[in-house]
Design a protein around this ligand. Structure first.
Ligand SMILES: [Zn+2]
Length: 261
């Protein structure tokens, strides 16, 4: 199958939500694993996320849709993380517009809810740009709420990616034992490094620019986590939290993420 994957935000006016976790960062974490896993299963994956840093919202949405339509993919999957009001909503939902889309949406919701997330179910949406104007089966995945503490505690990029892939293909690509070896098979050079260099500093709570206006750090509330950013997509995560444990992760724009511990 030829599959378009869209990392839902990340350019100019098109920015993700901010909660305990940052939507754009979470999408990149689990989205890269979705792409890698689908490729391991032999699918052709096209990352339709815009490579330009300062698009308007309209340009950003049109880019994604046009790219998928031009490549004539069989499926379009837009990846997001939901947000509402702090700790007021939780769980997974998948938006669709066609009956065929509902088939995928139902299966993905079922798989994500097996990880412990509340199943909010498939939602028909006729007014979402990326669903309306794509010419193939299209869905938009909202796996959890980044402004809900319990959801953020349940979030594991690899388990989530596995659930989404299983919903699409019926196959467990990241089983516990095979995690490491399978991931190593994905050559770094093949990663979808389409994101443009972006030195903008987000106007989000917990973000503090370094003196000189280059780079920033971000305190993720109630998570024992600080991210030190060179720019939007190159950063070091240091975390020590009773619930989430002690982790150090390096994330790069072109080579994906690597957990050191
Ligand atoms: Zn979103």
């Amino acid at each position: 199958m030829k599959i378009a994957i869209d990392f839902g935000h990340g350019t100019g006016e098109d920015r993700g939500a901010e909660g305990y976790l940052n939507e754009e960062k979470a999408i990149r974490e689990y989205g890269e694993l979705v792409i890698d896993g689908l490729k391991l299963l032999g699918h052709t994956v096209i990352n339709v996320t815009p490579a330009t840093a300062n698009l308007s919202l309209g340009q950003s949405l049109a880019y994604r849709v046009n790219a998928a339509n031009n490549y004539k993919t069989d499926l379009f999957i837009s990846l997001h993380v939901n947000a509402f009001r702090k700790d007021k909503a939780r769980g997974c939902e998948v938006e669709y517009i066609s009956d065929a889309g509902k088939g995928y949406a139902d299966k993905i919701c079922t798989e994500i809810s097996k990880l412990g997330f509340v199943n909010r179910g498939s939602q028909k949406r006729t007014n979402l740009y990326v669903l309306k104007y794509t010419s193939m089966i299209a869905i938009l995945v909202e796996p959890f709420f980044c402004d809900n503490r319990e959801d953020c505690n349940l979030y594991s990029p690899k388990k989530l990616a596995n659930a989404i892939i299983k919903g699409i293909t019926g196959v467990d690509v990241y089983t516990e034992e095979e995690n490491v070896t399978r991931n190593e098979k994905v050559e770094e050079g093949k990663r979808s490094n389409v994101l443009a260099i972006d030195h903008s500093i987000p106007n989000s709570p917990g973000v503090h620019a370094f003196p000189g206006g280059f780079g920033y750090f971000q305190i993720i509330p109630n998570s024992g986590r600080i991210d030190i950013h060179l720019d939007r997509y190159n950063y070091l995560t240091i975390q020590d939290d009773e619930k989430e444990g002690n982790r150090v992760i390096i994330t790069t724009r072109t080579k994906g993420s690597k957990s050191l511990f």
